[in-house]
Write a protein that binds this ligand. Sequence first.
Ligand code: 2DT
Length: 197
Amino acid sequence: MACKRGALIVLEGMDRAGKTTQCKMLIQALQQSGRAAEAMRFPDRTTTIGQLINAYLEKKSDLEDHTVHLLFSANRWELVPAMKRKLEQGITLVVDRYAFSGAAFTSAKPGFSLEWCMNPDVGLPKPDLVMFLQLSPAEAALRGQFGNERYETRVFQNAVQQKFELLMKDPSVNWQVKDGSGSEFHRLVSFKARRKN
Ligand code: 2DT
């Protein structure tokens, strides 16, 4: 019997919005409801391309801005065969960041248009749902200081947030904005899990 294709669910949001925690909770809830679900994250720092990106993010190397943008995209493309295989096997993928982060972060740099930034990712598997975890600057501040990686400054993060807001205007993407500050998302996930039990 042919099994039903898994769903591709992406979580996007600003740093410290809680994406990684919410990805884990969502996977647990899906698994408890009897669905096969696995986590993925981009950048995937484990591959050869991912290691170049990691060194850049940790400021151990400098890369030209276009070059690193294309590496982030290549890091997604190299995992497309595995993603497709899993989706076809009926596994739901919950992905921490995807091409939207790619476009938002690079286009927040001077001299980059959103259009140019989106081009290398055209043709990637299309998410069934993209959840954007919204976090107010005040709430983000309560969650502590930014880390030491590249991009982790208030000024740059504000520019990225503006780019995400532009991306969220695209009606061809199934965006859902969730409040990452309180427990709304937590309730949503636990409600779904309870309903199946
Ligand atoms: P994490 O802290 O989530 O590991 O992200 N980034 C991410 C880009 O600039 N382009 C991309 O395509 C992706 C997926 C966002 C590491 C940083 O890398 C940025 C934060």
